[in-house]
Design a protein around this ligand. Structure first.
Ligand code: PEP
Ligand code: MN
Length: 342
């Protein structure tokens, strides 16, 4: 950590910062320049916030040298983490991108199985479907709860696909962990710290969606929290962020975040073109773009009749468009290398 003093900082102010650092068991190197003094604090600086030093009289600014997300950082692990799901599905590294597909919400058994079959036939390895749905309005369809999990389980058994579903409440963790292969933490809960803290208790890989207005550091720190609590199998998922223009798209697809996460972190990163755009006719172009940018998987909303979907119909692909997307991906993958951009 580098502590930069104000130009006119007195010797006693400098001495106070040094003693403050020593009391935290940090070593210091004081570099007195002609105009300003710079103090390097060395040791377990990750335990302390920069604000603690910035609050001291005579300190102008404080900068970290190491990233605050130590476990998630590529500095601490050079090789890509490959998350293994259900024994043989590999997400990350140089593995081909994994397709996750399914309805926004689990609606009924027949519909889910029909979707799962099409997903499988198109090469998807994992079926998605929300049993607990975060909805903005209090009287909207909020999912089937446990019954939805049971439907997912039947679809899993019938097709052999793995299952991913969203966990919203820590009280449901054990039940969701039992019925699903990957636990999804939705955008709205990315900074629900008490929920994240609980995830260390289970072995299921975690798909961590980026918060609606989360910075890259905040997103990686959420991953860091899950890892710190003991679950290192985290998959990052870019799903679009909010900016100033929501007239044509639900969110703004931050494609740059994909190669960026791959530079900053060893964790796999996938893309959700459905929530990122909110429009079914933008889903496929953005899905392809994300693969070019290095996405190691996709999570796409699919429904036999999106007009009748109980949630997120406007951003949902019908079977025909999903089949077309999968065949386009197959063609594209002959031209691009899944090798990480370093
Ligand atoms: C979803 O996957 O249906 C969902 C609610 O996603 P997000 O948390 O990204 O909005
Ligand atoms: Mn949805």
């Amino acid at each position: 950590m580098i502590i930069i003093m104000e130009p006119g900082a007195s010797d006693s102010q400098i001495q106070h910062v040094v003693e403050f650092a020593h009391n935290l068991e940090l070593k210091t190197i004081v570099n007195k320049g002609v105009v300003q003094t710079v103090i390097a604090a060395i040791g377990e600086t990750n335990k302390y916030s920069t604000e603690q030093f910035e609050a001291i009289d005579g300190v102008r600014t404080v900068q970290r040298i190491q990233v605050p997300f130590k476990l998630a950082s590529r500095d601490s692990q050079h090789t890509d983490t490959v998350v293994t799901v259900k024994g043989n599905i590999k997400i990350g590294g140089n593995n081909p991108p994994v397709m996750i597909a399914g309805p926004c919400s689990v609606e009924n058994q027949e519909n889910l199985i029909a979707i799962a079959k099409v997903a499988k036939e198109c090469g998807a390895k994992i079926i998605r479907g929300g049993a607990f749905k975060p909805r903005t309005g209090p009287r909207m369809f909020e999912g089937l709860g446990k019954l939805g999990l049971e439907y997912l389980d039947v679809a899993r058994k019938e097709t052999g696909l793995a299952v991913i579903t969203e966990l919203m409440d820590a009280r449901d963790l054990d039940m969701v962990a039992e019925f699903t292969d990957i636990i999804q933490i939705g955008a709205r809960n990315m900074q629900n710290f008490t929920l994240l803290n609980e995830l260390g208790r289970v072995k299921n890989p975690i798909l961590l969606k980026r918060g609606l207005s989360a910075t890259i550091d905040e997103w990686l720190l959420a991953a860091e929290r899950i890892m710190d609590k003991g679950n290192t199998q985290v998959i990052m998922c870019e799903r679009g962020i909010r900016t100033f223009d929501s007239k044509y798209t639900r969110n703004v697809a931050d494609i740059a975040a994909i190669p960026l996460i791959r530079r900053l972190s060893h964790l796999p990163v996938i893309f959700d073109p459905s929530h990122a755009t909110g429009k079914w006719n933008l889903v496929s172009p953005l899905a392809l773009a994300s693969l070019v940018a290095g996405a190691q998987g996709l999570i796409v909303e699919v429904h036999p009749d999106p007009e009748k979907a109980l949630s997120d119909g406007p951003q949902t692909l019908n079977f025909e468009n999903f089949r077309k997307l999968c065949s386009d991906i197959e063609k594209l993958m002959n031209f691009i290398s899944p090798t990480p951009c370093k």
